[in-house]
Write a protein that binds this ligand. Sequence first.
Ligand code: GDP
Ligand code: MG
Ligand code: ZN
Length: 305
Amino acid sequence: MQGTVVKSTGSWYRILSADGTVADARIRGKLRLQGLDTTNPVAVGDHVVIQAEGNTDLLVISEVLPRRNYLIRRSNNLSRQRQILAANLDQAALVVTLMAPATSTGFIDRFLVTCEAYHVPALLIINKTDMLAGAEEALMEFSNMYASLGYPVIPVSAKTGRGLDALDSLMAGKTSLISGHSGVGKTTLINRLIPGLGLKTGAISTAHEKGKHTTTFAEMHFLPEGGALIDTPGIRDLGVVDLEPREISHYFAEMRPLISKCRFNNCLHMQEPGCAVLLALEQGTIAPERYYNYLSILNNENVFR
Ligand SMILES: Nc1nc2c(ncn2[C@@H]2O[C@H](COP(=O)(O)OP(=O)(O)O)[C@@H](O)[C@H]2O)c(=O)[nH]1
Ligand SMILES: [Mg+2]
Ligand SMILES: [Zn+2]
């Protein structure tokens, strides 16, 4: 029987079958050893084959069907191991906040570069705009920077309801990953878009809980009008994985059309003569912040906020 993984705990997986039934399954030992070097061989969104184990009524995932796409991150900052966040996505939304705390553009650009590299359309949701009284200009500036690169930017407030209709239309009928730092309001937004879901919200507060190493995985929730949202645990860092230095500028939308105009075809746009990217930076058509984040990714620096 075939189905879709809708929840993953790392040791068992919840599968929604084509006939609408839901069952929990483990993975067959063999499966763990195959495929990508990831900590999780199966991810939410995966289409899998499940079958009964021997003569028992235990279900096992015996096969993961080919993925249309997936998003991946480093398991942690120092690790070379990879974790698949989710598979078979129509789009990935990054939920950000502009204050208390502000999500850094370094983190945002790493997310966007990862989405570009893995062929997943990305969009930005700015939440908690109710807290931006008097700072609408900063909101406009931020929105314009990313909208001009072609990314949809939706200012919302899960608290007041601002922008939720627009967000609903962007999510309808699609499978979307909802990503972002812990505490930005991902779960609150999902609860607003799926009335009656009632997921638990609120950032972890005590020092004890913060320090605890908890492995959490994604979960898929279905929209009433069709489509699904995949809630992910707060992402502290999203290390850009496995990119060649020369590839990176291809994933910056504003640099991509300039690359062929650089004098040297192996240009890294750092200080090479005749560099079209540096010229655009000088002329102000590339935002200094974006260029700075490009250099930071090139230098493999890690950004946590
Ligand atoms: N002021 C304000 N607070 C919000 C908003 N959305 C979520 N919150 C609060 O932010 C905290 C974290 O929300 P949660 O959904 O758990 O964040 P998650 O970690 O990204 O899933 C909770 O206390 C929410 O009530 C919003 O639009 N405005
Ligand atoms: Mg949450
Ligand atoms: Zn160049």
